[in-house]
Design a protein around this ligand. Structure first.
Ligand code: NOJ
Ligand code: NOJ
Ligand code: CA
Ligand code: CA
Length: 720
């Protein structure tokens, strides 16, 4: 054995003398190959809209990407043909994106999804300071497209062009608000007016239909304050208003009908979670697509309400904790690899499905990662990290061109060029395909294998599939790495990046120890092992929340070619389709709640257990629960609990709240907007909680029948 190992090492050394021969030295040649789309059609992006784990998203500010049709460019003060006044439209459009899809710029990079800024019609006003709606967040008609980007037909052409290249399309959607408004001045901008496919519904002043909140601007002091007051000066929609509720649920269907594959929900922290859950139920009941929300967190910030949202709304989130930490460690230099490792493990703890959260290193609301004048190594390292970490990576347009710019709008300049030979472009090109070929990257766990202040070596593992990644952020010093343990099987491994970021090859002995090696200054390396046969492993179940009877998709490995069985909780699901890597099932009629999903192959081999799958009681509607005269002691808050899963099934630890009492109603009245099953008679009570101390409302249960559609509110007195 010893001898054999020595011989192995010798041949390794000899072979590595020449590049040409080194191509042969891996006994497992697929360990280093960059594979294109393989023979499993279900892994192709566009055939699976409820699972983005194998994808790499590219975020595009439409106006700033590529102008493919000058005839649609806005006129007058809206537009700047010199592309220097960053507050104005620059002309980017659907045709520009189509051109870049068709010329291979995106697919050659390995991009398998684009996220475009909000596509809906925006206001046409030009503000005194020159500001315009080029960013798309100042909507006026959510059922039409912004003519500056082209027609609805052009949009559909773009979706089709993307799909033809195996690229998914995600749209930004911002139902929190329309556009800037001034309650004292109806002629300010467009007065926040909302249109329904061209027909005026109403505006912010003289709001007779009560479409909007009129509670002033938020000071961000609490979640409630941020939900029910205006975000900046943006006219804040009231989602409990039945017109707004059905308008938004209809509007998203207009876009789902175009064939989009995903939604990025703007400002989810600023809308009631109950309404958003009912919105997601609508999406999943109509044309399910992967949806991720934006809940902004600053550097060092973490918030249990953020993970509660990701775990209970039916939506994933943009992973701001991850992004902010990567920026601290690899951009700003005010934390080290221990900080990064600790965020990786705490987020894995806090998010029930950490692989579904969307990772990024910069976006249109942050300074660009590349600092002006700095070398480009930090961007390279951050890209390697993001592309091989848990979570779905989203790359902001231009990061691959090392674009710079601090703050909004400097971080949203016109795309600087489409150079396919930058190091960053080539890094993405090498690593993006790994998300499809090595399921350890898409679905795996993360384990730290070697660490100091500058070096982070982590391993992703899914069944027997393994990826080991090493990053040295110190650009001046190399490190000697010895005694690193890995799950990679014995053998030699080439750096998947082929030395692009100064990485090296490694060998692993029979005990799983990596041979001592030198990690060069600023080096990143990725070593990958794809198992040839797999025992059954579930990687993802999408959509993440469903009503009984809805069809969901189970992705993974080793399910076998012939039909086995699937359990949701203790009930058997009926199988819609079965293949080795993908099974579709109908969610059985289990009692609602978070349940385990598991699978058995036809030969009876049991899979891992996929935990916390969210089954609903049935179709959801948003209801405002209001309780008057609920006086509390200091430290006490009022919660809602009832006899359906959506109300915690009488479990006080799952009661809804703390309820609010500052904005829409004031103490001692408490209110909360909750997603509940439609058309159902429910029993509920309010409770007072102080830490673990619970005080029940006395008297009989409140009894209430929820609406079959639309929204409602139920108002009762606290029973002393
Ligand atoms: C968050 C978006 O990312 C940001 O750009 C926008 O201004 C606000 N939400 C309001 O829509
Ligand atoms: C300007 C920002 O560019 C945009 O993202 C945001 O929606 C508005 N400010 C808020 O009024
Ligand atoms: Ca144009
Ligand atoms: Ca709001």
């Amino acid at each position: 054995m010893h001898k054999k190992l020595k011989k192995f090492k010798l041949s390794y050394m000899l072979f590595s003398l020449t590049v040409a021969i080194s191509m042969l030295f891996s006994p497992l040649s697929y360990n280093s190959k960059t594979l294109a789309a393989d023979s499993y059609p279900q892994d192709a992006s566009v055939n699976n809209k409820v699972n983005f784990n194998t994808d790499v998203i590219y975020q595009i500010v439409i106006d700033r990407f590529s102008d493919g049709d000058t005839s649609n460019n806005p006129k007058g003060g809206l537009y700047d043909s010199t592309k220097t006044n960053l507050k104005k439209y620059f002309g980017g459009d659907w045709q520009g994106i189509i051109n870049k899809i068709n010329d291979g710029y995106l697919s050659d990079m390995g991009i398998t999804a684009i996220w475009v800024s909000q596509p809906v019609e925006n206001i046409y006003s030009v503000f005194p300071d020159g500001s315009t709606s080029y960013h798309g967040y100042w909507a006026r008609d959510f059922k039409k497209t912004n003519p500056a980007f082209g027609s609805m037909k052009d949009f559909k052409n773009m979706v089709n062009a993307a799909h033809a290249k195996n690229i998914k399309v995600v749209i930004d959607f911002a139902p929190n608000h329309t556009s800037p408004a001034d309650r004292d001045n109806s002629s300010y901008a467009e007065n926040g007016r909302l249109y329904d496919n061209g027909n005026l519904i109403g505006g912010y002043t003289n709001d007779t239909k009560k479409l909007f909140h009129h509670n002033g601007g938020t000071d961000f002091s609490s979640i409630e304050d941020g939900i029910y007051r205006n975000l900046y000066d943006l006219a804040d929609l009231d989602h409990q208003n039945s017109i707004v509720d059905s308008y938004m649920k209809d509007a998203i269907k207009v876009w789902l009908d175009t064939g989009i594959d995903g939604i990025r929900m703007d400002a989810v922290k600023h809308m009631p979670q109950g309404w958003q859950k009912s919105f997601m139920d609508t999406v999943y009941g109509y044309k399910p697509v992967f949806t991720f929300g934006e809940w902004f967190l600053g550097q060092g910030e973490s918030d249990p309400k953020n993970s509660y949202f990701a775990n209970n709304s039916g939506m994933s989130l943009l992973d701001f904790r991850y992004a902010q930490k990567v920026r601290q460690v690899l951009r700003d230099g005010n934390d080290n690899m221990y900080g990064l490792d600790s965020v990786i493990s705490s987020t894995a703890n806090d998010y029930e499905h950490v692989n579904d959260q969307v990772t990024f290193i910069d976006n249109h609301d942050m300074d660009r990662f590349q600092k002006s004048g700095a070398n480009t190594k930090n961007v390279d390292e951050a890209l390697v990290l993001t592309l091989t970490s848990r979570g779905v990576p989203a790359i902001y347009y231009g990061t691959e061109q090392y674009m710079t710019g601090n703050g909004d709008p400097n971080n949203r300049a016109m795309m600087s060029g489409f150079n396919k030979t930058t190091n960053a472009y080539k890094i993405i090109q090498k690593l993006a395909p790994l998300r499809k070929t090595n399921p350890a990257i898409a679905y795996g766990t993360t384990q730290q294998r070697w660490i100091n202040n500058d070096v982070y070596i982590y391993e992703r593992k899914f069944g027997n599939n393994v990826a080991l990644v090493a990053i040295n952020k110190n650009q001046l010093s190399s490190y000697n790495i010895s005694n690193a343990i890995t799950a990679l099987p014995q053998g030699n491994y080439k750096d998947v990046l082929g030395g692009l970021v100064s990485g090296n090859n490694i060998s692993v002995d029979s005990k799983g120890t990596v041979s001592t090696f030198t990690l060069a200054p600023g080096a990143c390396a990725v070593w990958s092992y794809v198992a040839t046969s797999n025992s059954p492993m579930i990687g993802n179940v999408g959509n993440p929340m469903a009503e009984p009877g809805e069809i969901v998709t189970i992705d993974g490995r080793g399910f076998g070619a012939t039909k086995g069985s699937v359990l949701f909780g203790n009930k058997t699901a009926s199988i819609v389709s079965w293949s080795d890597r993908q099974v579709k099932v109908k969610v059985p009629n289990v009692s609602a709640g978070k349940i385990n999903v598991s699978l058995k192959t036809s030969s009876g081999i049991q899979s891992n257990i996929f935990e916390n799958y969210d089954v609903l009681t049935g179709k959801q509607v948003s209801v405002r629960f209001v309780v008057n005269n609920a006086n509390t002691q200091l430290g006490e808050n009022v919660y809602l609990v009832g006899d359906v899963n959506e109300l915690g099934s009488w479990d006080t630890s799952k009661a809804l709240g703390a309820m609010y009492n500052q904005v829409e109603y004031k103490y001692p009245t408490w209110y909360f907007d909750v997603s509940v099953p439609a058309g159902k008679t429910i029993n509920f009570k309010f409770i007072k909680k102080n830490g673990s101390k619970v005080t029940w409302e006395s008297g009989n249960n409140h009894v209430y029948t929820t609406p079959t559609n639309s929204t409602d509110s139920v108002i009762v007195d606290w029973q002393n």
